[in-house]
Design a protein around this ligand. Structure first.
Ligand code: ATP
Ligand code: MG
Length: 398
């Protein structure tokens, strides 16, 4: 067979061979490009003069279509909701737009929020590539999150308000307990003058019956009974001032204040043979709320007294209050008693509201809770409990 070809035959052969190879390469590139744009998360729409000429699989999904042929040949504006038409038209007129939000329409006409980015890729055919992201899920999640945040904030606020209310109730109860304390102290202080007054009354009636009443006796009776009554009235004022809450800070002498407290309580303590020892440096000053300071000290002293009254120790019963300035310049107050000390198992719970080891009706369990609240929240100090050699030890740093 002859191997000689005519030039025409050679050219036809070359055209087919290289043309075929070229077509194959172009086709493979096209497929690779298709696969590439199908992989993107964005819906890709290629339009020419505003008419859709190609879309990727994600665009088919975004527009809720069965196949891309539902979209091809349609005008891009057919998929834009009336509310966004003007905006989209405006953006389409720009050769390149950065992402913007608008409302698009699914194939069945359902509107959905979308994010679009677009760019012209060929001026000749007015080719434009647009990337579209359906924001429905994102918006739903954001709305749900916002709603959740709102309810969360509301719940937190409700919780804070509830806590505040509870705190107020506790404070109120603690105040009532202190008022009860005040009344029992007044009652204690009054017992003596009441006894005296009762004796004086019996005496004056006796003298009257015996016809022994004269001006001098009546005057003495008046003066003596007035003395007792004035003393009783002063007791009320003293205790009232003692428990009155302070509004402003005052500089006060720690020793004087503690002596004032012990003066108030000494009769009660003497009844139970409890010695109150005060060891405070002279001239130790504190800028704080003196009446609230009193309340804290009295709570600690009453607890110590309750223990000492019931304590089995036959030896001395005493409470020592010492105060000094530490190296940091803070005032330290230590209240120590010679009681049985505190059981290690209850130690972590003593500052909890309503925690009491006393019989119901005797202790409310609010004394130490309130003391801690006053010291920490109002006086910006701290309080610590421990067991010392003698008994319980309370250390306040202010
Ligand atoms: N000095 C102390 N020695 C031993 N235990 C103490 C001492 N002080 C407090 N406690 C214990 O701490 C508990 C709580 O004290 P808190 O003052 O808060 O309440 P309460 O004294 O029981 O009741 P309230 O003071 O309200 O009348 C007491 O019940 C007691 O068990
Ligand atoms: Mg108490």
């Amino acid at each position: 067979m002859s191997l000689e070809y005519t030039l025409g035959e050679f050219l036809v052969f070359g055209l087919f061979t290289f043309g075929g190879i070229g077509f194959c390469v172009w086709k493979r590139r096209q497929e690779r490009l298709s696969r590439f744009i199908d992989l993107t998360i964005d819906g890709i729409v290629l339009s020419s003069n505003g008419v859709i000429v190609e879309v990727n699989q994600q665009a088919v999904t975004t527009f809720g279509s069965f196949s891309k042929y539902q979209l091809l040949g349609k005008n891009v504006l057919d998929f834009v909701a009336p509310i966004s038409k003007e905006l989209v038209k405006e953006k389409l007129a720009m050769s390149r737009v950065d992402r913007y939000e608008c409302t698009l329409l699914k194939s069945n006409g359902t509107p959905f929020p979308a994010l679009i980015r677009g760019t012209n890729i060929s001026h000749k055919k007015h080719l434009r590539l647009s990337a579209i992201v359906d924001l429905s899920e994102l918006k739903k999640t954001t709305q749900a999150l916002e709603a959740l945040n709102q309810t969360l904030a509301q719940k937190v606020e409700e919780h804070i308000a509830k806590n505040r209310q509870q705190e107020m109730v506790l404070f109120q109860q603690a105040r009532h307990a202190q008022m009860g304390e005040m009344i029992s102290m007044i009652a204690h202080q009054w017992r003596q003058p009441l006894n005296v007054l009762s004796l004086m009354c019996q005496n004056i009636v006796f003298k009257y019956k015996m016809n022994m009443l004269d001006d001098t006796l009546m005057n003495t009776f008046k003066q003596d009974s007035m003395k007792q009554i004035i003393q009783m009235s002063k007791t009320i004022d003293d205790f009232r001032n003692f428990f009155k809450p302070d509004r402003t800070k005052k500089v006060f002498d720690v020793k004087k204040q503690l002596l004032y407290v012990s003066e108030m309580l000494k009769d009660v303590y003497a009844t139970y043979h409890i010695e109150l020892i005060i060891k405070v440096d002279d001239g130790l000053k504190l800028e704080s709320f003196p009446n609230e300071f009193n309340q804290c000290i009295i709570n600690l002293l009453n607890n110590a007294k309750d223990v000492l009254v019931n304590t089995s120790i036959k030896n001395e019963k005493f409470i020592v209050i010492s105060a000094f300035k530490n190296e940091e310049g803070k005032v330290v107050i230590i209240v120590e008693d010679s009681g049985d000390g505190i059981d290690e198992s209850v130690l972590p719970h003593l500052f909890e509201p309503y925690f009491s080891t006393k019989e119901s009706g005797v202790g409310t369990g609010l004394g130490l809770y309130m003391t801690k609240m006053i010291i920490e929240a109002h006086m910006q100090g701290s309080i610590r409990i421990s067991n010392a050699q003698s008994g319980a030890r309370f250390e306040i740093i202010l």
